[in-house]
Design a protein around this ligand. Structure first.
Ligand SMILES: CC(=O)N[C@H]1[C@@H](OP(=O)(O)O)O[C@H](CO)[C@@H](O)[C@@H]1O
Ligand SMILES: [Mg+2]
Length: 572
């Protein structure tokens, strides 16, 4: 790093000293903390984004959000050139960069990294960063910090894209780097056109029986509801009622939103008796998570239709289209290509969903928590569908399957336009354009769910019973618990917990896994695991059992074990 560049960083960094006594880590989904602690981190991530852009010769994204966390928190994450999460290879550098205190050490750290990674800092052709933020008030001044970080690398420029959902920013980065239209308008156009295309492809017989009843959407008092209102206008007769948009009185994520609904299983604010029986959905604060729910007759509790169910609906639909497309031997015996459809879940996935998916004949794999792991795994398939139970997920299409679908489309459009086969190819192509290829996206996920429900003619009640249908198809899914709970336990040092086997087994501290196993064995269909959160300073305890009471009891007894092994009492 030359003298001029070093002094630029030295000078600008003097306004951004990291807070004392706080150690930040890139975590499951970027840096997150109380917003007052983040100015220096965001500035430094600005530097990192500029370096990443120079190194990859591509546009990079920076999103300022703390997703479903409380409004006083904020965070920052990086979108890599393909629109996905930052390469894990750069995470250690991100951690060091965020935590180094002395300005001269900061310059040294950057300089060493630049040399090690051979980043051509002296010959910067272009380095471009797209900036986005959610509706948090702290986003404004953190954005300024990001801009200053970027500007302290010579030749790097930024474009402030304003308030966006996280998936919109990832989508834009990917589109920019692929040379495609990449504005917010383009995003809305692509999603709405693909949705309308799927609706047009609904078989004629089914169309008549459709009553397009409305879906009521909880926008978590954040950005998602606002964007959905724009999208709704472009989607023809899709009837959407948005509640809890950012323009209302409510506080971001407080008593609302996908995380609240999924974890608490109670109705979000703004919903009540008038919604009993309606199809309802919740986004999280930055609209990368989507869950559906039904308000129970008592109008307080909900039946949750979570990420596992959305995944199952998508898998069912995609598999159906692939089956229609499959050549029958007589018709075309020599097409050797059969797209591999794969499903990726985490240990939080309900056992019943995994059983359902396997029963469809699908390949199901588990990864650790965090989209960066699921996304990577899903991209190994021709069509990879991934979802976290909390509602973050998408469907990835490989280049190979896309060109195969294009070929099938042209073949079939000349041979048998309008046939079910032709329509199946067109549907899969429309799904690949509708569903965000960069990250899970509540807006595109909602449109796909709505299109599939119209296609199948299913009500949300029928969809919710997807797994319960199974016994009639010879699979004893009642052997799997349908109840689960996730609770948090504060401990002295959460990094003392080390897990293996996609986070299903604890290897450290010694003895705790045996104790968890003993506790779990006492419950019918019990399943339980613990892991350190990557976004909060807690240990999460997941428990599943035959009834809600047994589930709660299992979770509480394991929470006690966590406290015994790792809690504040344990260290004395
Ligand atoms: C149990 C749970 O919901 N964990 C969430 C949560 O991660 P933790 O590492 O558990 O804090 O936030 C992540 C980012 O949004 C999300 O990917 C993940 O699924
Ligand atoms: Mg989120």
């Amino acid at each position: 790093m030359n003298q001029e560049q070093s002094s630029l960083v030295l000078q600008s960094s003097s306004n951004f000293s990291p807070p004392e006594g706080v150690k930040l880590s890139y975590g499951t989904a970027g840096f997150r903390a109380d917003a007052t602690l983040l100015k220096s981190t965001v500035y430094r991530v600005g530097i990192l984004a500029a370096l990443r852009s120079i190194q990859t010769k591509s546009v990079i994204g920076l999103m300022i959000t703390a997703s479903h966390n409380q409004v006083s928190d904020n965070g920052i994450k990086i979108a890599d050139p393909n629109g996905g999460m930052l390469s894990q290879l750069w995470e250690p550098f991100a951690d060091s960069l965020a935590n180094v205190a002395d300005p001269f050490e900061l310059v040294q750290l950057i300089s060493d990294f630049v040399s090690k990674e051979i980043i051509p800092l002296d010959n910067v052709r272009s380095a471009e960063i797209l900036l986005g933020r959610d509706t948090r008030p702290s986003g404004e001044y953190l954005l300024e910090a990001a801009k200053q970080g970027i500007s302290s690398i010579k030749g790097a420029i930024y474009h402030d894209m304003g308030i966006l959902t996280t998936p919109q920013l990832h989508w834009m980065v990917r589109a920019r780097n692929m040379g495609m239209n990449s504005t917010e308008h383009d995003y809305f156009q692509q999603l709405s056109q693909s949705y309308r295309c799927l609706v047009e492809l609904i078989p004629d017989g089914k169309k008549a029986s459709k009553s397009n009843d409305k879906v009521v959407v909880d926008g978590a008092n954040g950005v998602g509801g606002d964007k959905l209102e724009v999208l709704r206008e472009l989607c023809g007769d899709l009837s959407i009622e948005v509640r809890n948009s950012s323009k209302g009185e409510g506080v971001l994520n407080k008593g609302v939103g996908a995380d609240f609904v999924q974890k608490e299983k109670v109705v979000p604010s703004g919903f009540g008796p008038i919604d009993v029986g309606l199809r309802c959905a919740s986004f999280d604060g930055d609209a990368d998570r989507l869950v559906y729910f039904l308000v129970q007759p008592d109008s307080k509790l909900i039946d949750l239709v979570d990420g596992d169910k959305i995944l199952s609906l998508f898998a069912h639909f995609i598999k159906e289209q692939l089956d229609v497309l499959k050549d029958n031997e007589l018709e075309k015996p020599c097409d050797p290509y059969h797209p591999r459809l794969g499903i990726v879940q985490t240990a939080y996935a309900n056992g019943a969903s995994t059983a359902y998916l396997k029963n469809l004949g699908l390949d199901v794999v588990l990864t650790p928590t965090g989209v960066k792991y699921l996304h990577e795994k899903a991209s190994e398939y021709d069509i990879g569908i991934y979802f976290e139970a909390n509602g973050h997920g998408t469907i990835l299409f490989s280049d190979t399957v896309l060109s195969w679908l294009e070929d099938r489309n042209s073949e079939l459009s000349s041979a048998c336009t309008g046939s079910e086969k032709h329509k199946a190819a067109l549907r899969l192509l429309a799904v690949s354009k509708l569903i965000n290829q960069a990250v899970g996206d509540a807006l595109s996920g909602l449109l796909l769910v709505e299109a599939i429900l119209l296609h199948t003619g299913w009500s949300i009640q029928k969809w919710n019973e997807l797994y319960k249908d199974l016994p009639s198809r010879q699979l004893t899914v009642w052997q799997f618990a349908l109840f689960f709970i996730v609770i948090k336990v504060k401990v002295v040092d959460r990094t003392a917990v080390v897990t293996a086997k996609a986070e299903t087994v604890v290897v450290q501290p010694a003895g705790i896994q045996e104790a968890i196993d003993t506790a779990t064995a006492k419950y019918r269909h019990g399943r339980c695991f613990i892991r350190p959160s990557g976004t909060e300073d807690v240990i999460r305890v997941y428990a599943e059992a035959a009834t809600q009471e047994e589930t709660d009891s299992l979770a509480n007894s394991v929470a006690k074990l966590v406290d015994q092994f790792l809690g504040f009492g344990s260290s004395q």
